[in-house]
Design a protein around this ligand. Structure first.
Ligand SMILES: *Cc1c(COP(=O)(O)O)cnc(C)c1O
Length: 495
């Protein structure tokens, strides 16, 4: 199976090359040239472990990897780093099922992909006979950065540089990042929001001079952002896994469709659901859930993508995004893989901050349903589900839960619905407690976590223990204009 760039149809590469490059050199994103068709015998698949299913689903997507290589990557990724041996347990919560993707090292769903990406990258380098140092350049709205560093810390032959918006991540997220160990990890806050950081990172990737300079130091960039198909492809697996569990518990007969509701920011997670559907997984509706930064909701209503609006800081910071990078991939598929039209639309986004999809291409979005939750609705949802089910959700998951509820109130029908649960409530404890009416004003971080354990009847997750006392190892803060020189300097750094 091959991948091609959204901005140059002639640019076709293997899976390992796409993973190594991250972004295509033409500025496009790699997408599958075609989709695999699986022989889905759910009678058998429902009893597969997560690791077994991962091997089965990843195989066609990683066309130039051997079975042994894929197995080694899967085994290295999905191990005791996860505090649940199911890796991605599906839990019944009221009328819905929650697919808990937060059992990895950083308590958020980014671990699902970022625990395997370093291994996919190292293997890709081997396959292509490359021994340059790989410099991972990442902009984060909070969760990606930490999860990427956990994956890459002290991995030989790599460095990782993480830029995050100062004041744009939760205090626990910031603490997780600035205490990161590993000789090859660099964490820098920037004055600006996530979109500023992400835009500059994309620019650095396409900076030809910088690329040559790195080559002369035997180094090259790669990306741990969800633009890298090495991030997207592993996320396809858990949709198949969720479906297998629904069949196993009898919520669905094999072949019946499930509905998914996905809390969306950069559009990576929900795009993986779309790729799962394109590869034969029975999904009827994909609910695209936004917070108050509801650019995507507005798009699904009007077919105009308009980022010219106020950027709102919400209690679900990992979804505070106005330019959803991966949406380019869906738009590309919608315009029948027509590069010229896609480039026109993306140029309009870059220069005018908006574009409108021509009428004849709107059909491709019929499987998607946009919905959103305001800050108040998000809080109410956490409280309502806690009151009725005794289950505590984090703010991001609550946005998806509320969006699904609103979609159903608006007439959406579904035999079995899966709320994709992207973070542990322990990652956003203050917002969660405030939602259920518990004031945190008088409480320090430790008190807050203890209160949460009592109310959720669960232990403080292991990665959280010790975080409070961990020393700050990174405290650099720069402007967006200084990002380029910071990267140059770090590239020369001898660790
Ligand atoms: C990153 C993230 C999201 C958004 O996922 P995308 O793939 O960027 O759409 C949602 N929730 C949490 C907790 C996240 O970390």
């Amino acid at each position: 199976m091959q991948y091609k760039s959204t901005r140059d149809a002639q640019n076709k590469v293997t899976a390992s090359q796409a993973i190594l490059q991250g972004l295509a050199v033409d500025g496009g994103l790699y997408v599958p040239v075609d989709y695999p068709s699986f022989d889905l015998d759910w009678d058998e698949l429902k009893d597969f472990s997560y690791q077994e299913l991962a091997l089965y689903i990843l195989k066609p997507f990683l066309g130039d990897f051997s079975d042994e290589q894929i197995k080694a990557c899967v085994d290295a990724a999905y191990d005791e780093k996860f505090d649940d041996e199911l890796i991605a347990p599906l839990v019944r919560v009221g009328d819905n099922y929650h697919l808990e993707l937060f059992h990895g090292a950083t308590l958020a769903f980014k671990d699902m992909a970022l625990s395997i990406l370093p291994h996919l990258l190292k293997t890709s380098a081997e396959i292509n006979g490359i021994d340059r140092e790989i410099i991972i350049l990442t902009a984060t709205s909070g969760d990606t950065g930490k999860a990427a560093m956990e994956g890459f810390a002290d991995v030989e032959g790599t460095k990782i540089i993480v830029f995050y918006p100062k004041g744009g991540v939760s205090s626990i997220q910031e603490k997780q990042m600035v205490t990161q160990e590993g000789n090859n990890t660099y964490v820098i806050s920037i004055e600006g929001n996530f979109d500023d950081a992400q835009t500059e990172v994309k620019r650095l990737f396409n900076d030809v001079e910088l690329r040559e300079e790195l080559f002369s130091h035997e180094a090259q960039f790669s990306s741990a952002n969800s633009m890298n198909i090495g991030r997207l492809v592993p996320q396809i697996v858990y949709y198949f896994y969720a479906y297998a569990q629904l069949v196993k518990v009898g919520a669905l007969e094999a072949g019946e469709a499930m509905t998914v509701s996905v809390p969306t920011g950069n559009f990576g997670n929900i795009l993986a659901a779309y790729y799962a559907k394109q590869s034969g997984l029975p999904i009827d509706t994909l609910v695209c859930a936004s917070n108050e930064n509801k650019v995507l909701y507005d798009f699904f209503e009007t077919f105009t993508y308009d980022k010219n609006r106020e950027f709102v800081l919400t209690s679900s910071p990992s979804m505070d995004i106005l330019v959803s990078s991966n949406f380019e991939r869906l738009v590309y598929h919608a315009v029948d893989d027509n590069t010229d039209i896609l480039v026109d639309l993306m140029t309009s986004l870059e220069t005018q901050g908006e574009y409108t999809l021509p009428e004849e291409y709107r059909g491709a979005f019929s499987d998607f349903k946009g919905q959103y939750a305001s800050e108040e609705e998000t809080q109410e949802e956490i409280e309502a589900v806690y009151e009725s089910e005794g289950y505590l959700m984090d703010t991001h998951t609550a946005v998806a839960s509320k969006a699904l509820r609103k979609a159903k109130e608006g007439g959406l029908e579904s035999k079995a619905s899966v709320v994709v649960s992207t973070a542990s409530p322990f990652k956003f404890p203050v917002a969660v407690l405030e939602s259920i009416g518990i004031s945190t004003l008088q409480k320090n971080d430790a008190d807050v976590l203890h209160t949460l354990t009592k109310l959720s009847h669960t232990e403080i997750p292991q990665p959280m223990v010790g975080l409070l006392e961990a020393p700050v190892l990174h405290d650099r803060s720069i402007s967006v204009e200084e990002m380029r020189s910071a990267v140059q300097e770090i590239a020369k750094d001898e660790e």
